[in-house]
Design a binder for this molecule. Structure first.
Ligand code: SF4
Length: 380
């Protein structure tokens, strides 16, 4: 698997004078796609060019972009890097930009000094005067001389390598001086001897069942990240977690059920299998000390290693959902009859948005599965 991100020039770098257009990124991705199609066994993933175009646009603006950002938000931008929101966000940005065309005529965005490829190709011949034009971020002094950035850009065109001044000679970028002091070149740390592959403990001595919550902002941490959180907390707490066998050993920490993103809960369960005996109270204390406040540990109990994991024992969960009703003026919402209508129905229709952005109607869903309306509560 190969993930390819698009290069978007940033202020205070040798490419600060240039923009990348969506068309340019598409052309480059097209070249890569054609090349990778011929390579067997390589799966290439690409960052959406619209994301990079938005990043480039925002990264090169000045304070006059403020109203455009606000307008984009009003038109529906936000959570732009989530694929579910990308269509809407990109349309919102395009709409906000179209409404503010006069800003760009006034120079709110640093102009591309040389957006055409032929000009870039010839750029190493001369440093054009356009590079001396003021940029929106010129008033921020990073210490790096603008002339050094121009030279560095020339070096980039020639594919020359600038030495890393932490370990090699100084290239006089301008940062060091009486204010910030002078750079001290340090010897690279010695590469340690290879101590052999890590051999995790795979013995299973104890299983502890842990009841925990996901509160507040933790609702925005997804299932896989929550699993990682437990792995890291257990490691920091020096809890002797047992690892699975096989080519890629993984810690035996299993969350009983994946909580939908954005949902808080006071009734989650996770099983820890340990390679050695440990007191449950000490385990609870050590783990709690390493977890954020939004993940309280309510209870820890030892359970028999021979019984199935919590993920297989789980039968149902209770959810509590807050519902807001939009009703015509003057009418009272008739909650009772609506809830009864749902409970009496023999089927419920639902829709799903797939990664490709399509909306699919699916269902029917058997109503007897719906025990109660939904925040996820005590899992049972
Ligand atoms: S040593 Fe200081 S002046 Fe020289 S390249 Fe490094 S940061 Fe810049």
């Amino acid at each position: 698997n190969l993930t390819i991100s698009n290069f978007t020039p940033k202020p205070h770098t040798p490419f600060q004078w240039f923009v990348v257009s969506k068309g340019d990124l598409e052309r480059k991705q097209g070249l890569l796609k054609r090349a990778f199609r011929k390579m067997k066994g390589v799966k290439a993933n690409y960052t959406d060019v619209r994301l990079s175009a938005m990043e480039d646009f925002l990264g090169r603006g000045d304070r006059r972009l403020g109203p455009v950002i606000r307008r984009a938000w009003e038109l529906g931008a936000g959570m732009d890097s989530w694929w579910e929101n990308l269509d809407r966000a990109f349309a919102a940005w395009c709409g906000a930009i179209a409404e503010a065309e006069d800003l760009f005529e006034g120079g709110a965005i640093a102009e591309d000094s040389r957006s055409s490829r032929s000009r870039v190709r010839n750029a190493h011949l001369t440093i054009p005067k356009e590079l001396d034009r003021p940029l929106p971020w010129d008033h921020i002094n990073t210490g790096i001389h603008k002339d050094w950035l121009k030279e560095d850009w020339q070096r980039a065109l020639e594919a020359a390598t600038v030495p890393d001044c932490s370990f090699d000679r100084c290239s006089h970028c301008g940062v060091c001086g009486p204010d910030l002091g002078h750079n001290v070149v340090i010897e690279p740390a010695p590469v340690p001897e290879f101590a052999g592959q890590f051999k995790p403990k795979t013995a299973k001595a104890l299983r502890l069942r842990v009841w925990f919550g996901k509160l507040g902002d933790m609702a925005l941490v997804g299932h896989l990240d929550t699993a990682k959180l437990f792995e890291r907390a257990a490691r920091r707490a020096a809890i002797p977690v047992s690892f699975s066998n096989g080519f890629r050993p993984s810690p035996r920490i299993k969350i009983a059920s994946a909580l939908p993103l954005g949902t808080t809960s006071s009734g989650e369960i996770v099983d820890f299998e340990l390679s050695e005996e440990m007191d449950a109270i000490e385990f609870k204390q050590r783990l709690s000390d390493r977890l954020p406040p939004g993940v309280p540990i309510y209870r820890v109990e030892p359970v028999d290693l021979a019984i199935p994991a919590a993920s297989r024992l789980l039968e149902k969960a209770e959810y509590f959902i807050e519902v807001a009703a939009i009703v015509p003026n003057g009418l009272e919402p008739s909650w009772g009859s609506w809830v009864k209508g749902v409970m009496d129905a023999t089927s419920l229709l639902w829709s799903k948005r797939t990664k490709s952005g399509d909306r699919l109607s699916a269902g029917p869903v058997s109503v007897p599965q719906v025990q109660r309306p939904k925040q996820k509560g005590q899992a049972q």
